[in-house]
Design a protein around this ligand. Structure first.
Ligand SMILES: Cc1cc2nc3c(=O)[nH]c(=O)nc-3n(C[C@H](O)[C@H](O)[C@H](O)COP(=O)(O)O)c2cc1C
Length: 288
């Protein structure tokens, strides 16, 4: 029998905080020799969940107590009334909530997830972790001791599992390789324009749709953080629909001159990366 088994790490994250933590936790699980992926809940094939024995959920809350976009599909599925109350009897799990106690619906998404998993027959290994951005030490104040306890509980199931997580090797989530082939990859043609990739969201607007109205520094000049109040005005006929709680992301892009300079540096140093090469980014899978 192996010393460890499979432990999946699934996250719901709107602005990457919970995702970053999930990836960090997943690296720890690899150091402890557990198998299994780290994935956004919506990327995980949910029909497999009934076969899983161990899972960690890292779940942020957004909007007014809402679940992040990349777990909405997963959450909707879990809410199906037709699911029997013993659907997840095999599963032992932990939920780590990422929230901010300034919001009245503090960590709501994680609380709902924790409750629903129990309703479906899964067994919590620990109470849910309520990480709070308002804590002086940030989310880690709750996360670090909680994880320690979680892995102590895992030892009940895997008495021979490692306990030392201090190993220095870095476990990458992605495998990156260069494809010099100018043909499309796997029949899929990627965006040819290396200077200006379009955003992945449908409701992505071009920078030309906005004019800067105000850009005011809100922190004192002597303070180390430069925090800005930026006011944008739409120009032309573009209208944006928004509601309180919506988030506006600005996705910067590199200017053509900088990109060209980078390729000149590659060339000077005889690094074989050309503008027409593709970088193939694949998810790391251990034995799957
Ligand atoms: C627009 C917005 C709405 C939020 N709403 C809530 C909320 O209702 N409850 C809560 O506990 N935290 C709320 N938060 C705080 C986030 O949950 C917290 O910052 C978390 O670390 C974000 O994780 P993420 O970056 O993985 O999305 C909100 C944050 C933002 C930006």
């Amino acid at each position: 029998m192996s010393d460890t088994g499979r432990l999946i790490v699934l996250y719901g994250s709107q602005t990457f905080t919970a995702q970053e933590a999930a990836e960090r936790i997943w690296r720890t699980t690899k150091i402890l020799d557990f198998k299994g992926p780290v994935q956004a809940m919506d990327d995980y094939p949910i029909s497999r969940l009934i076969h899983e024995e161990f899972a960690l959920f890292v779940c942020a809350t957004t909007g007014q107590g809402d679940e992040p976009d990349n777990m909405k599909k997963f959450w909707k599925f879990l809410l199906r009334k037709s699911l029997p109350s013993n659907s997840l009897v095999k599963l032992k799990f932990g939920v780590i909530g990422f929230g901010d106690s300034n919001y009245s619906k503090f960590n709501f998404a994680a609380k709902k997830l924790h409750k629903r998993l129990i309703q479906l027959g899964a067994k919590p290994l620990l109470d849910l972790a309520l990480c709070d951005y308002q804590h002086d030490l940030g989310h880690d104040a709750v996360l670090i001791p909680w994880l320690k306890e979680f892995f102590t509980k895992m030892q009940i199931y895997f008495p021979k599992m490692k306990t030392d997580t201090l190993e220095n090797s870095f476990v990458p989530r992605w495998k990156v390789s260069i494809s010099k082939n100018t043909e499309c990859l796997n029949g899929t043609c990627l965006n040819e324009d290396i200077y200006y990739g379009k955003g992945y969201k449908d409701n992505c607007l071009d920078a030309q749709c906005f004019e800067l109205e105000k850009n005011i520094r809100t922190t004192d000049e002597t303070h180390f953080q430069d925090v800005r109040l930026i006011t944008l005005r739409t120009v032309g006929n573009d209208k944006i629909d928004y509601q309180p709680g919506d988030v506006f992301n600005i996705r910067p892009r590199n200017c053509k001159e900088d990109v060209d300079d980078l390729f000149k540096i590659f060339n000077t140093h005889k690094i074989d990366i050309k503008p027409h090469y593709y970088l193939l980014v694949e998810e790391y899978h251990d034995g799957e």
